[in-house]
Design a protein around this ligand. Structure first.
Ligand code: IPE
Ligand code: IPE
Ligand code: MG
Length: 233
C-alpha cells in the first residue's frame, strides 16, 4: 500500500546550482518548481499527508542575501500555488515557530491556512522556521501550562495528548525521503518519524522528479514494517 504520510527533506539546491555555475538562489528557484510538480503527483498517488522541510530554524545562519531571497520566494510561491491546491481540496498547514518570519510572509501563511482549513482531499504540511526539538520544547510548555492551570491531569498525558499539542496534529510519517546524499535528519520531525522508513538518494532536490518519487514509493512498498514484532510469512 502506498504510504499515507510522506515527509521530504528537500536538500541539494545549492549544490545543484554550483554544478551549473549558477548562484545558489537559482537552485532554490528550480527547487520550488520541483516541489510544485511533486505535490500534485503525491496527492494523486494515494498520499494523504505530505510534509516538506522548506526552511529550518538553523537556516537563519545563512547569508542575508540567501535568507532574504528565500523569504521572497516563499511569499511569491505560496501565493502562486495556493489557488491550485485549494481547487484540488488540499488543506495547507504550516509547522513553525510562533514568530520570526517576515510579517508579510506570516500574514500569507495565516491567510492560506484559514482559506484551506476545511479542505478534505489531503494535507500539505510545510515546515518553515521549523526545528524538531523546538517543536517538542514548545509542546512541553503548552502541556505543562495546561497541567498548572488544572486543565489537564498529569496522569492523562498520553501520546495522543502530545501529538495534539505539537505544531500540527499529524499521523505518523510512513516514508521519509532525503535528497542530495546526506544521511542525517537535521532536526526534522523527530516525534512523527519514530517508525518511518528512511529513503536516501544522491539525487539533488531540483532533479527529484515524479520518477524519483515513484522509486522512493516502490522501495517503501518492498519494506517489511515489523514495529518490533516478527516478520510475517
Ligand atoms: C535545501 O538546499 C534548501 C534549504 C535548506 C532552504 P540547500 O540550500 O541546503 O542546498 P545545499 O545543501 O547547499 O546543496
Ligand atoms: C535541511 O537542510 C533543511 C531543509 C531542507 C530546509 P540543510 O541543508 O539546512 O541541512 P544540513 O545543514 O546539511 O544539516
Ligand atoms: Mg543543504
Amino acid at each position: 500500500m502506498n504510504p499515507n504520510h510522506v515527509a521530504i527533506i528537500m536538500d541539494g539546491n545549492g549544490r545543484w546550482a554550483k554544478l551549473r555555475g549558477l548562484k545558489r538562489t537559482e537552485g532554490h528557484l528550480k527547487g520550488s518548481e520541483t516541489l510544485k510538480e511533486l505535490v500534485e503527483y503525491a496527492f494523486s498517488n494515494g498520499v494523504k499527508v505530505l510534509s516538506v522541510f522548506a526552511f529550518s530554524t538553523e537556516n537563519f545562519n545563512r547569508s542575508k542575501v540567501e535568507v532574504d531571497f528565500l523569504m521572497d520566494l516563499f511569499i511569491k510561491k505560496f501565493n502562486e500555488y495556493f489557488y491550485e491546491l485549494h481547487q484540488k481540496g488540499i488543506k495547507v498547514v504550516f509547522s513553525k515557530k510562533d514568530a520570526g518570519l517576515p510579517l508579510k510572509l506570516e500574514s500569507i501563511i495565516k491567510d492560506v491556512t484559514e482559506k484551506t482549513k476545511d479542505n478534505k482531499n489531503g494535507i500539505f504540511n510545510i515546515c518553515i522556521n521549523y526545528g524538531g526539538q523546538d517543536e517538542i520544547l514548545d509542546m512541553t510548555k503548552k502541556v505543562c501550562t495546561k497541567v498548572i492551570n488544572n486543565e489537564l491531569d498529569i496522569n492523562s498525558i498520553t501520546k495522543e495528548v502530545i501529538s495534539n499539542n505539537l505544531y500540527q496534529d499529524l499521523p505518523p510519517i510512513d516514508l521519509l525521503i532525503r535528497t542530495s546524499g546526506e544521511y542525517r535528519i537535521s532536526n526534522f520531525m523527530l516525534w512523527q518519524m519514530a517508525y518511518a522508513e528512511f529513503y536516501f538518494t544522491d539525487v539533488l532536490w531540483p532533479d527529484f522528479d515524479e520518477k524519483e518519487l515513484e522509486n522512493a514509493i516502490s522501495a517503501f512498498n518492498k519494506r517489511d514494517r515489523r514495529y518490533g514484532g516478527v516478520k510475517k510469512k
